[in-house]
Design a protein around this ligand. Sequence first.
Ligand code: HEM
Length: 357
Amino acid sequence: MPFDAPSSPKARSRATPRVIGCWLLGVAGMVWIMVAIGGATRLTGSGLSIMEWAPLSGTLPPLSDAEWQRLYDLYRTIPQYALVNQGFGLDGFKQIFWLEWAHRFWGRLIGLAYALPLAWFWLRGRIPAGLKPRLLLLLLLGGLQGAVGWFMVASGFEADRTAVSPYRLVMHLSLALALFAALTWTGLGLLRPRPATMPAATGSIRRQAKAAAWLLVAAMLAGGFVAGNRAGLDYNTFPLMEGRLVPEGYWRLAPAWSNLTLNVAAVQFNHRLLASLAALAGLGAAFAGWRRLPPGFARSACLGLGGAVVLQYALGVATLLHAVPVWLGTLHQACAVLVLTAALLALHGLRPPKRVT
Ligand code: HEM
């Protein structure tokens, strides 16, 4: 559903789409930071430290010794404590508590940064009519993401589990990326109206960029399963996996489809394969843009896509070779959003011109 900045004679209504566009991009930036905090939370094993879902009262951290002790006692009832952190004491608990608290606190801030300006623009009649359903949908998606986050965390409390379900982790990561993409695309639509004309080569480069974008989405989903299965702790060589291109035991699990989501060897191989295809497609679009487009937004965006994909690929290999240190894993997760941004900018820059009727 494309949305373009409407042109209006009134200066005030001309300014409003730009302000709304900047606000949406600002919220998208906050979602980006949230993805990075989420990566650090997962990689430091902090994500299961708060066992309550309290959207309002959970805003404040514990303010008394008794409250700290109550939360610690709750945490001591779950398998992760017994199997991973037994005896790490209240001080150890506080260390894993703060990141999860910061993750949830930042989520609440994003909610406010979205809902309050939305209400203000709405009440002052500043939102173009055609944009209202989309802004409400974004609000709904944001709320849903909070609920999915809790749904994911709750899976980590089940018997014999020391981490969350890979399926729910992928759901949470995908929804975060979808929310980021929707905010960014809508914001860009308000800031950059469709051009009246485009160079003839644009159509074929747009198809290449679209292919790269879909391959990137697939690589990101596969990356979620690598993270969810902690598959980056095995096969720490590149490009071969235990001396083979396709690892032994790719189809080890039954039913066969479960290899795609739960088998460490298969999940990691799929991520490598999809990332390589996405990198090739991204570089292809960058090369075509560089060769066939005149200097301008679309050409720079195509080149940016190529650069971002190469950076992310190199970060992925480094993360794997070093068996996922927290800082590299977090950087790889944050850079996935950079690549997504680059793909969105390229697709936006390559949009077909406005049809004249
Ligand atoms: C276009 C390139 C790539 C994209 C878009 C991408 C994206 C992602 C995403 C979204 C995740 C899940 C979140 C995270 O932990 O970061 C992930 C995880 C991971 N990726 Fe990639 N990736 C790419 C290339 C690679 C390559 C080439 C490798 C190694 C050969 C790699 C290795 C890993 C590993 C080991 C993880 C799990 C990290 C963890 O447990 O935190 N990635 N990737």
